[in-house]
Design a protein around this ligand. Structure first.
Ligand code: AOF
Ligand code: ZN
Length: 366
């Protein structure tokens, strides 16, 4: 279909650029900016890395003196504060832009409306809400973290149609096909950390890195291990290329802790009981500036995270096959709810094919 030349036309480009940077900005949002004057694009820019220039700065730099009287399309409200970089509002005011079009407001309490107010104060016309929903979704991880300091958790599972992640003998290679697996590696690139339970490490000895067709970012590894059973010979310990954090309980042995720390592992004690207190753990990970986590189970950890209301988004891949098995592990292993009415409901559900597999995603309502 032919695109129509209007505000959405240029905002769409800014959003496309921002989307491609998803996963590389740390706890910062992804933001794109397009500067338009006299019917032409004169500058484009994207925020690429925390601590480096914001989208508007790059785009205005490209536009140069021509930016006077131009329209600036930006996917997030321009910032009004001094963070690691100076305020974008002042940069736009200095460039003498005539109009600013914003997709969505910045939920960061330091900005939150102040950026838009500042631009209007200088007589710049500001339009807010163009392609807002797309922008909101693009920054769903940032939006949660910046207002709560708790990481945004996406749960991903791959199971048979009957909800099994392996056969009764433990065989799990492969549940889903190549396309679903490629999508999972893209998800790893797009999250700051990946989280699994110790059961998964002991069973599969995974490396938990990102394997994509092109260079990609490896997530920080997080292992939930209340008794510190993680062997020093596990691949996640031996491989020191990425930061690895073990969440444990106050009952774990000090000696084991010392051994793991000597091997380069960060150990955090979560709560005061003999199990990992996941709520406390999420707050501690948030304090370590882990803004988003891809939770890849197994069933025990998935169940515990769901019960604790800590999962923000669920992505379930279903291979169109049935494996059965009385003791075959399932996607969620927890006592569950007695009444159907108490089941965790998903909202904003979408269903897509991923090659020959089905992908169901949605947001749990607690
Ligand atoms: C924008 N344009 O491209 C981005 C914005 O520490 P700093 O300086 O990078 O500031 C981070 C905050 O700035 C971040 O929490 C969010 O509120 C805003 N991000 N704002 O105008 C951008 N990345
Ligand atoms: Zn900024």
């Amino acid at each position: 279909m032919l695109d129509i030349l209007n505000d959405e036309y240029y905002m769409g480009l800014a959003l496309d650029m921002a989307a491609k940077a998803s996963g590389q900005t740390g706890i910062n949002p992804v933001v794109g900016c397009v500067v338009v004057k006299d019917g032409r694009i004169i500058g484009i820019g994207t925020h690429l890395k925390r601590g480096t220039g914001h989208a508007e700065v790059h785009a205005l730099q490209m536009a140069g003196a021509e930016a006077e009287g131009a329209t600036v399309y930006v996917t997030l409200e321009p910032c009004s504060h001094f963070g690691k970089t100076p305020p974008c509002c002042e940069r736009i005011i200095d460039a003498k832009a005539a109009r600013v079009v914003v997709a969505s407001g910045d939920p960061n309490p330091e900005v939150s409306g102040k950026g838009i107010a500042r631009l209007r104060e200088e007589g710049i016309a500001v339009t807010v809400g163009v392609l807002e929903q797309r922008s909101q979704q693009l920054n769903e991880k940032f939006n949660k973290y910046i207002t709560s300091r708790i990481p945004f958790v996406t749960l991903k599972t791959a199971s048979t149609l009957d909800g099994k992640i392996a056969s009764s003998t433990g065989d799990s290679r492969w549940v889903t096909g190549a396309i679903a697996r490629e999508q999972v590696h893209t998800l790893r690139h797009q999250h700051e950390a990946i989280m699994v339970g110790i059961g998964t490490v002991l069973a599969d000895d995974p490396l938990l890195n990102t394997r994509a067709a092109v260079p990609a970012l490896d997530p920080v590894r997080i292992i939930v291990d209340s008794k510190l059973r993680l062997p020093l010979t596990a691949r996640v310990v031996v491989d020191r290329t990425v930061r690895t954090i073990v969440m444990t309980s106050s009952q774990a042995s000090e000696e084991r802790r010392g051994d793991l720390e000597a091997a380069g592992i960060e150990v955090i004690v979560c709560g005061s009981g003999d199990k990992v207190d996941l709520v406390d753990g999420m707050a501690k990970l948030g304090a370590l500036e882990i803004g988003s986590i891809l939770l890849e189970g197994g069933g025990q950890l998935n169940g515990a995270m769901l019960e604790a209301g800590l999962i923000d988004k669920i992505i379930l891949y279903y291979a169109t096959k049935i494996i059965g098995g009385l003791h075959a592990p399932g996607t969620f292993t927890f006592p569950g709810y007695e009444k159907m009415a108490d089941a965790v409901q998903l909202e904003r559900v979408s269903v897509d094919m991923a090659g020959e597999d089905i992908c169901v995603s949605g947001y749990p309502v607690y």
